[in-house]
Design a protein around this ligand. Sequence first.
Ligand code: UDP
Ligand code: MG
Length: 323
Amino acid sequence: MTDTHTYACDISIVIPIYNEAENLPDLVARVDEAMAPSGFSFELICVDDGSRDDSARILRDLALRTPWLKPRWLMRNYGQTAALQAGFDAVEGRYTVTLDGDLQNDPLDIPELVRTLEARSDINMISGWRKDRQDAAINRKIPSLIANRIIARVTGVRLHDYGCALKAYRTELVRRIRLYGELHRFIPVLAFEAGARILEIPVRHHARTKGVSKYGIDRTFRVVLDLLLMKFMLRYLHRPLHFFGGAGLWMGVPGFLVCVYLTVLKLCGASIGGRPLLLLGIMLVLMGAQLVGLGLLGEILIRVYHEPEGRAQYRLRPPPEDA
Ligand code: UDP
Ligand code: MG
């Protein structure tokens, strides 16, 4: 796909930073080592996510002597997703690469990923796969293995490793994705929803040597809820009435029939006041009407959603070329 936009450099590297003071100097040095010989022009956007340690100041000092380092500082700790989005909002390169600030990802992989993106015009995004992952098995690798299987199956976006922070994008794709909540884990799904074609490539992974992980096992539950959201967005984002209205009809129609039946009994002289069925009938009708109403409201919201900047529901692609 030809991208006629002019970019300030080849690669924008985006790294969210929360309490990584011990890693920052190494991180910047390693990015330099990896990028300098690659021939790509680049910028490094480090987003300080309201760190409580010295990260913010270290970042400022590093930027004074590093021309390609563009730091951003968030007001408070918003979380990794918002920090990533803050980075995305500042990218000026043709390609955008994200990684973690704790040196678990290896900057040496960056030129490789971008070269692959350059070579494969059919691909919009590459997701890293920590094939040889260096984390504890019990509380990290095993839960993540299960989560990856479930996410792949539920969303239909078949990747081995959703959680890998090392990813490379064509920047025009980054501009089409907006991250909310903790959805950075589901970026491939959001990208897929935005029409991207994704490639997964094994990347290096190292154990964390300095600083501590910011997450515990409790994230599992949040992931389940986010998964529900993703499934909904993939299937029903553009037709919420089918989701809510569907459930509404399944309740409302039987409820209505129950009420008709009871009305007939009543007209024939029977007493229906004490029957539990009456309660059930009324409840089903009410709930059904509520759900249909919710679906209609959703339809209005999706129109509002697509309104700003003329965001389209679809994306066109150029005609297929013969291989
Ligand atoms: N991070 C962040 N804000 C947060 C938590 C984490 O910007 O609230 C950053 C953190 O500094 C690191 C990346 O997100 O660069 C991934 O965090 P971490 O290494 O703790 O996660 P793990 O690798 O253990 O999943
Ligand atoms: Mg980490």
